[in-house]
Design a protein around this ligand. Structure first.
Ligand code: ATP
Length: 436
């Protein structure tokens, strides 16, 4: 069956992955709350990325810069003058659109009125707010629209305080804010979202080599995360899409329910950002190469992924409705075990005769190694279905035989296969299956 956005949205709400923000007040456009399962899924994706970037790769260190920054940062970066989208309003119904996303000669998508649009005007996407008690212009600051600038601004601090040598990277995960004109498609484009960005600093002249290296690495990452390779592709920015400072840029696109859309950008940004910050701050942004004694402003290759957009990808890629023998349909999320909000569910076949107590004790023992869930209520088939629907890869069922011989049934989500496993082997068996 086709995976539609409506099905994903409905499952997210039903099972507690994602809710509309401020729902009891009618909701706030472009803002979402991650429920008990959603926050776990998002954290797991974040941890998967963080581990890959900072633990598995050499020479990448972490950073957590603040969301609020000196307003000059955004003048230097070009965001104050350039970070805008062309916007039009419908004169009839006052709906607002991005001029590049609709036919300006056609009818208004909301009210159908023809020839009703205002002239396009530039709309800056940064959220402005005030710091301190005086709400005058001197205290205007912005919520960051990307995490990258925090990395550039701290470049010298990282170099002088850690032992990194070029080439090296700085990785960061955090919230970003954009006052997006259109926020449809669920969490795909929201006003508050999270990014996972890494800036790789290298010697000028080596940037093309690193640019192709990072493209390869980033695609391999999604394959490792278990995303279907046929749902991922590259899109190279044409001359009209390329940011004015960028040397080259490729997007990794994913086949979302509404079509192919950007998931992550890999950008060759040259020395643009560091040079701008040197000019605007008056502080040197150069690097002294300890081997050659050369001094230069490094070139930057950036990998910039949306974390919340990755959540939507993970849900869309995992979602399936499978027809079972007998005509039943099961809804299942085939998450990679490392991403699943619950890794192991422990289910006593019946409550009586000490089986529930035995199962509950086992569930407690598994907590050190896995994210677990204990469920006693309902027929066992229904409990399996509930776990399928939230993407739990392993169910452990405790029955009468367990009390006698210390074995349990391990049921695998994807194949629905059931195997008998000794409790002493359970942790190792699940860990092995997770790595496969
Ligand atoms: P677009 O042109 O679609 O607005 P962009 O090219 O400006 O996006 P980047 O600035 O390159 O996007 O941001 C890097 C990544 O951050 C994107 O690939 C996306 O995953 C994520 N991202 C950007 N804007 C949003 C948003 N409004 N909501 C959710 N994720 C976003």
């Amino acid at each position: 069956a086709e995976v539609t956005m409506d099905k994903i949205v409905s499952l997210c709400k039903r099972r507690g992955f994602i809710f509309q923000s401020s729902e009891i007040y009618g909701g706030l456009n472009g803002a979402y709350d991650y429920g008990p399962l959603g926050v776990q899924l998002k954290n797991n994706i974040r941890d998967f990325w963080w581990k890959e970037m900072t633990q598995i790769h050499d020479d990448i260190v972490g950073l957590d810069a603040s969301i609020l920054m000196h307003p000059r940062v955004w003048e230097a970066s070009g965001h104050v003058s350039n970070f805008s989208d062309p916007m039009v309003d419908c004169k009839q119904c006052k709906s607002r659109f991005r001029a590049d996303q609709i036919d300006l000669k056609g009818a208004c998508p909301t009210c159908g009125t023809k020839d009703s649009f205002t002239e396009p005007r530039n709309f800056n996407l940064m959220f402005a707010t005030h710091i301190g008690a005086n709400a005058d212009a001197s205290s205007t600051i912005y919520l960051r629209p990307e995490t990258a600038q925090g990395i550039y601004v701290d470049f010298k601090n990282v170099v002088s305080s850690s032992r990194v040598k070029i080439p090296f990277g700085i990785a960061q995960v955090g919230k970003s804010f954009r006052n997006e004109i259109t926020t449809k498609n669920f969490i795909f484009r929201s006003c508050e979202f999270e990014q996972m960005e890494m800036q790789w600093f290298c010697k000028p002249g080596t940037d093309e080599k690193w640019f192709s290296y990072w493209r390869e690495q980033r695609m391999a990452f999604y394959h490792k995360m278990g995303i279907k390779p046929q749902s991922l592709r590259w899109h190279q920015h044409g001359p009209d899409e390329l940011a004015f400072y960028a040397k080259d840029a490729y997007d990794i696109q994913f086949l979302f329910p509404m079509g192919w859309q950007e998931l992550e950008g890999v950008h060759s940004r040259t020395d643009y950002d560091l040079t701008q910050h040197q000019t605007f701050s008056g502080k040197e942004m150069t690097y002294l190469d300890p081997e050659s004694n050369e001094r230069y402003i490094p070139y930057v290759v950036e990998t910039s992924a949306g974390l919340t957009r990755n959540v939507l990808m993970a849900l869309g890629d995992a979602y399936d409705e499978e027809e079972l023998e007998g005509g039943d349909v099961r809804t299942v999320l085939h998450f990679h075990p490392s991403l699943a909000p619950v890794t192991v569910a422990v289910l006593p076949l019946v409550k009586k005769d000490g089986i529930a107590e035995f199962a509950s004790k086992l569930e407690h023992e598994l907590r050190d190694d896995f994210s677990t869930f204990y469920d006693v209520s309902g027929a066992i088939g229904r409990r399996y279905r509930r776990m399928d629907e939230i993407g739990t890869p392993y169910c452990v069922t405790v029955d009468y035989q367990s009390l006698e011989d210390q074995t349990v049934t391990l049921r695998l989500r994807d194949s629905m296969e059931q195997v008998r496993v000794a409790i002493t082997d359970l942790v190792a068996t699940i860990k092995k299956a997770t790595k496969e």
